[in-house]
Design a binder for this molecule. Structure first.
Ligand code: AMP
Length: 424
């Protein structure tokens, strides 16, 4: 398992749940994965060392969690070294690492998405923005850790954002190319599918919460919580996503000589008419979406990750129905997302209850054995239950009981879904 966040802890947990005798290595892992795997102190971007470790440990296959190593070609390097890997090649990962490329593929393949233009020249971008209706969206094309997409209420704000990315280089290389996109209305839905490039299995969709504060207020973050399943999902909608988004995209990638293998994550804006417009593609499991999708998968699905890596995947179903519900609440450090404080000592009660799993995201164990916060998003408190309402209640209750100085979290994860279920 390459990675050291909540997503990778959740993946280790799901693999172990499905196949308790699995031997796992995590690089670099975290104190959470250490309970399930042997952590190897190798950074996710240290490609040579990762390849060497995979060979030295004679692993059956590698799962790459985060996008950066995929974009940097880790999957290619592992394959070249004869190590089976779950995750796309660098060329296929461009669906995430270049929004300009993703837009080009979608336009060519007829995938529903917002109208857009791509720019590297600031003056051309400003001229286009000047004639655009409000609101509009300005996106850095490259990987920007969730900071690259800015919804702008006004042309003035959009112009300022374009200047910041293109002229001031506030996001470095990621912002040297920008996509200016039409604003779309609707409801967001994250649809993740496993694929070997040909076959597609759609996982139970999830919804995440990007804003820091309750009621979707405050700054954008990497994600403050998520839940699955989502009531908006219907068999008809997923059939449309398969037919209009996933199949044409995979075909287009194969036609370009960059067949896509791994998990393809479509961030959708579903219109009132039910059109699944693609806002973005990700080339890996979402974080924190994985922390709710994996717990509601039917038993045994994670074996598919290895089968995809090995080229022997023959799934029986095209869509997986969720088993129960899961809600995760992200506990973040004081100052997140701008300037997260590190070092706070963490106390996790041992009696959080059945079906509450605390995934580690930004933690370390210090020399004295004390668990401490190291990152912006520190822990993901996932509760599994019969319904979203039940899981949300227990996730929130557990989130409250975990203690560290400066803890920030949202108390309204899945509130909208619960209101919808209540109204239904
Ligand atoms: P992205 O990184 O492209 O998924 O964008 C991050 C967030 O910005 C999305 O989750 C949406 O909330 C919002 N967003 C992005 N593109 C659009 C769009 N074209 N219309 C409306 N909202 C958008």
């Amino acid at each position: 398992m390459v990675g050291g966040g909540g997503r990778e802890h959740a993946l280790c947990w799901a693999l172990q749940r499905d196949a308790p005798s699995t031997t796992l290595f995590a690089a670099p892992g975290n104190p959470g994965t250490a309970q399930l795997a042997t952590n190897l102190p190798i950074a996710v971007t240290a490609i040579d060392e990762l390849v060497a470790a995979a060979r030295a440990q004679r692993v059956d296959f590698v799962i790459v969690g985060p996008e950066a190593p995929l974009a940097a070609g880790l999957a290619d390097r592992l394959r070249a070294a004869g190590v089976p890997v779950f995750g796309p090649s660098a060329r296929a990962a461009r669906l995430e690492s270049s929004k300009a490329f993703a837009k080009e593929v979608m336009a060519a393949a007829g995938v529903p998405t917002a109208g857009s233009r791509t720019f590297t020249d600031v003056n051309q971008a400003l001229t286009y923005i000047d004639a655009h209706v409000e609101p509009l969206v300005v996106k850095a094309s490259g990987l920007a850790g969730g900071k690259g997409a800015v919804v702008c209420e006004t042309r003035t704000a959009a112009a300022a954002t374009a200047r910041a990315f293109l002229t001031d280089g506030t996001l470095g290389a990621a912002g040297r190319e920008v996509v200016v996109e039409d604003f779309l209305e609707g409801e967001e839905l994250s649809v993740l599918a496993l694929t070997d490039g040909e076959r597609i299995v759609i996982l139970p969709p999830a919804q995440d919460h990007k804003r820091l504060g309750d009621g979707d207020t405050g700054p954008n973050t990497g994600g403050m919580g998520a839940y699955a399943p989502v009531g908006l999902t219907s068999p008809a909608l997923l059939a449309r996503v398969r037919r209009e988004v996933l199949e044409p995209t995979l075909r287009a990638m194969a036609d370009r000589g960059a067949p896509y293998q791994g998990v393809l994550y479509a961030g959708l804006m579903v219109s009132a008419e039910g059109v699944p417009n693609v806002l973005e593609f990700n080339c890996r499991f979402g974080d924190p979406e994985a922390q709710v999708i994996l717990p509601v998968l039917p038993p045994g699905v994670t074996a598919g990750l290895g089968a995809i890596a090995l080229g022997s995947w023959r799934p029986e179903l095209g869509v997986l129905a969720p088993v129960g519900a899961a809600v995760t609440t992200v506990l973040a450090a004081r100052g997140y997302p701008d300037k997260p404080e590190t070092g706070a000592a963490i106390e996790i009660p041992t009696d959080l209850g059945e079906d509450v799993v605390v995934f580690h995201a930004g933690t370390t164990v210090d020399a004295g054995g004390v668990l401490r916060a190291t990152g912006g998003r520190v822990l993901n408190v996932t509760a599994i239950g019969a319904t979203v309402r039940d899981a949300a209640r227990r996730s929130a209750a557990a989130a409250e009981r975990i203690r560290f100085a400066g803890k920030q979290y949202r108390r309204d994860i899945a509130r909208r879904e619960i209101a919808r279920a209540g109204a239904a």
